[in-house]
Design a protein around this ligand. Structure first.
Ligand SMILES: *Cc1c(COP(=O)(O)O)cnc(C)c1O
Length: 364
């Protein structure tokens, strides 16, 4: 059978291996498996979320509130924007999909960092757009601008903090850059880890309100999957000028967020204390990764997120290290597919991290 020829070029997104698969492949007991591969919150989610979701499970037979009123107004309040500036997706992944389908086609160019979130490329390929990349590991906004001027891309993706490297762009530099971009190029600011960056360094804070107020060609993306601990609920959002949101809405399937997910995200936004504590724990534990890297003489990228990227020495192949860890029940992300000899490790609980240090030093 022939399929859409654009499909040939698409490689499946490599999600962190699910625990269930490691159980089957290696016969390891689930309790002995530690997953530090998808940047989930090791503290779980707010206990308020669990209580409230449990109360509404009886509503499962009914379709969700398609206006998403409660969550939408909670988000617009949180970010001090209007409801018309908000779109909610099944993960911010889905909002990325809407953005690319709304703005690009086979004649378009899409500009992104040399190493960045893999879904930008996958959705770009859906529409057959050309992918342009900068050359450096960190976002170099001068190079972004040079390529922009020459190629006039339809969309520019800026991921700050960046996944899978963990570094972040200075907010003032980001605003200066966007000011130079003309109105017909859509700039996407993916802030999936912004809560962590703000806690570490205020100069990295990109306020969605400022973007929405100053620019009508920018969309900010956020998610409940990371700091809020709701990866399993699949809720993300985009914040932008109402005209952009209106276009994206044309692509939104009805009922794209489940009743339970809407409830979970709405409640999660109310429990700031939980998120703040998770972030404090995260950076406390991250210090141990920095010490570990020093001890082992491996480079670690200064991270503004809940993961660390360990750049291994050339004589230790990251794919091998990731494999050997996997056989011992420790799931991390090998970055060789991104052209890096590195592994990305989600900062886990104190116990999980200790286990990572123990296994990794054994292997090294
Ligand atoms: C995790 C992540 C997302 C989206 O996650 P969802 O679970 O789909 O909300 C988007 N961008 C980056 C950079 C991420 O790391």
């Amino acid at each position: 059978m022939n399929f859409n020829s654009k499909m040939k070029d698409i490689k499946n997104y490599e999600a962190g291996k699910p625990i269930e698969l490691v159980v089957r492949e290696f016969g390891i007991e689930p309790k002995d498996i530690i997953k530090l591969a998808s940047n989930e919150n090791p503290n779980g989610c707010s206990p308020m979320v669990q209580e409230n979701v449990a109360k509404i499970v009886s509503k499962m037979a009914l379709y969700p509130d398609d206006s998403m009123m409660a969550l939408k107004s909670a988000l617009s309040k949180r970010f001090d924007v209007e409801d018309e500036n908000v779109i909610i997706g099944s993960g911010s992944d889905q909002v990325i999909e809407f953005i690319i389908h709304a703005k690009a086609n086979a004649d378009s160019k899409i500009l992104m960092n040399s190493i960045t979130f893999a879904m930008y490329e996958i959705y770009a390929k859906h529409v057959g757009a050309d992918i342009l990349r900068t050359s450096t590991q960190e976002h170099d906004l001068d190079e972004f601008y040079d390529i922009y001027k020459k190629e006039k891309p339809s969309i520019i993706f800026l991921c700050t903090p960046n996944n899978p490297t963990g570094d972040a762009i200075d907010a003032s530099k980001l605003f200066d850059f966007i000011k130079k971009i003309d109105n017909d190029t859509l700039v996407v600011v993916d802030g999936a880890y912004m809560e962590y960056a703000i806690a570490k360094d205020a100069s990295k804070e990109v306020k969605p309100k400022d973007l929405v107020e100053q620019f009508d060609n920018v969309i900010y993306l956020g998610t409940f999957s990371k700091a809020y601990g709701l990866g399993g609920m699949r809720v993300g959002y985009g914040l932008a000028d109402a005209k952009i949101i209106k276009e994206l809405y044309k692509l939104r399937p009805p009922f794209n967020i489940t009743t339970l997910s809407l409830e979970a995200a709405t409640i999660a936004l109310k429990d700031e204390e939980f998120v703040n504590k998770s972030i404090i724990d995260n950076f406390k534990e991250m210090k141990r990764y920095e010490e570990f890297a020093k001890e082992q003489k491996i480079d670690i990228i200064d991270s503004y997120t809940n993961f660390v990227t360990l750049c291994l020495n050339p004589d230790t192949k990251s794919s091998l290290i990731a494999d050997l860890l996997l056989k011992r029940g420790m799931i991390v992300r090998d970055l060789s597919g991104y052209g890096m000899n590195a592994i990305r490790v989600t900062v886990g609980t104190q116990e999980q991290n200790s286990r990572f240090f123990e296994l990794t030093s054994e292997i090294l």
